[in-house]
Design a protein around this ligand. Sequence first.
Ligand code: SF4
Length: 373
Amino acid sequence: MVSSRDLPLLRKNLLGWFRKSQRDLPWRHSKDPYRIWLSEIMLQQTRVAAVIPYYQRFLSRFPDVAALAAASAEEVLSLWSGLGYYRRARDLQRAAQQIVAEHQGIFPRTEEQVLALPGVGCYTGAAILSMAFDRPLAVVDGNVARVVARLGAIPGDLRNPTRWRHLQKSARRLLDAQSPGDWNQAMMELGAIACTPRAPQCLLCPVAKFCRARQLGLAESLPEKRPKRASVKVSLAVAVLLDPDGQTLLLPPPSSAPKQMTPGNVAALVSRMWHFPTAVVEKSPAAELHRFLTRLLPPFAKRQAFELASLPLARHAVTFREITVAPFRVALENLPHIPGARIVSLGQIAGQASLAVSNLTRKVARAAVRGTV
Ligand code: SF4
């Protein structure tokens, strides 16, 4: 690892590079802990370019903790719709409500209080406290871990718990305690734009001369690749019930729906959001979906025969699941009345209008609008 003698120059070089070359990102204009927190949560598992419009829309509707705490869960989810990993939005709002209830709406300043908020772990807590309040805490995310591992030429799987603790300790040693917020952002920025997983830009790197992996010719081969988790294949059949006015039917989020509406294993696949009637199927999507609809809508199914018109298959991925989706359009004179379900215009779901639906539901709606996926 970098010697104590070299540390001041390494810090100076990296901070100087960051202050000159950092990307202009909306959350970098403020030290408001609420804004920093929101950006850190949105950026988990999500690309910067995808986050920016969501961040701006979310902030204009919920400019502070109090506004977020007072909103309906559905409105919060509708503004998150399309960003994925919806648990983040649910935790964010629970945390805002906790801040209002326990801290008079003022963002807490101690590590203990911040870590007690739903959805806030060591990484997010350190990011908020260092960037908003200049607390000398080092963040370690995937980007920072890679930079630290290369600087010290640390071999092995970075997510191994012992190695991760070692990386955290190294990151704490590197931290510039005079400018912890800028320092943490500089480390993350270096990992995002120069010290990238593949083809690191060592020639442009402000800390190249301190980098052990570079000296040893290991920059490209560290960190070692992690074995990929085997993917699980799932097949879904989805029914878009459609009346002559272009209205369709959505079932409520599985957590609030009666059991027969959403079989248990579908819940995670529809991200616990409003969704079309959906069944996990095995061999014969049309027949199995027909059976599901008949069970879901018994009085209606007795009165009105319905046919499933198949739309082209779509592929969808959620974490380690590879989902094949067989969507069907079901044209009906009248939509059935199901307690708890919603009647919505199909065009509204397919468009950008705010509705608490997942990407999968929006994808199927678009397919049904144009007759293809
Ligand atoms: Fe990463 Fe290369 Fe810089 Fe080392 S020299 S920190 S490998 S970009």
